[in-house]
Design a binder for this molecule. Structure first.
Ligand code: SAM
Length: 190
């Protein structure tokens, strides 16, 4: 047999698939065109819930349509606000099984609108406090655009200092590709 080494993006779906069960609460911190939102919504099922965030009208509109096309609307709450405000949107007692961040800009959209280190970190820390045991925060980190390396550096500074008794932190990605592909960071609550 031959093992196919998967891209960071594909590996994020492998991790989501192995983590999210019917009835779970999940977060898509950067809904964009809604690919991860629909993926999560199918896994949590009608008894679970997905909270999705984006700051762009175009992203909220595209994701609303993607969810409607798959009849997944009622198990998802989309909020047109930054993920740094997620504490105001999630129920106070919500235990999050899985959260995904796809950092950077919206493909095919406005490339000047990118995620920022400070707000990304605010959201990651709010999610760390809300993670279920064995729950995952997954980040796809892009360094090729202006500001991307700074965001990645600040994120790495934060995650490498997390207490290993509370969280396991994984990094996954190809090291020798010329077009700066994203790499993956996964934070698992123990
Ligand atoms: N996963 C998405 C998909 O399947 O299409 C792609 C996400 S795209 C790489 C990044 C998204 O983050 C953009 O749509 C952008 O508007 C959004 N964004 C930027 N800053 C944000 C913030 N503070 N809170 C939430 N979303 C933000």
């Amino acid at each position: 047999s031959t093992i196919q080494l998967s891209s960071a993006l594909n590996y994020s779906h492998t991790l989501i698939n192995q983590t999210v069960n019917p009835g779970d609460i999940a977060v898509d911190a950067t809904v964009g065109n809604g690919h991860d939102t629909t993926y999560l919504a199918k896994l949590v099922g009608p008894s679970g819930h997905v909270y999705g965030f984006d700051i762009q009208d175009a992203a909220i509109a595209a994701t609303t349509n993607a969810l409607a096309a798959e009849k997944l609307t009622h198990q998802v709450t989309l909020t047109h606000t930054g993920h740094e405000n997620l504490a105001k949107v999630l129920p106070a007692d919500a235990k999050v099984k899985c959260a995904i961040f796809n950092l950077g800009y919206l493909p095919g959209g406005d490339k000047s609108v990118v995620t920022q280190a400070a707000t990304t970190l605010t959201a990651v820390q709010a999610l760390e406090e809300r993670l279920a045991t064995n729950g995952l925060i997954i980040l796809l980190v892009y360094t090729g655009h202006h500001g991307g390396q700074n965001e990645a550096n600040q994120l790495m500074q934060h995650v490498t200092k997390l207490d290993q008794h509370q969280f396991q932190v994984l990094q996954y990605g190809f090291l020798n590709q010329i077009h700066t592909p994203p790499y993956l960071i996964a934070i698992q609550k123990r």
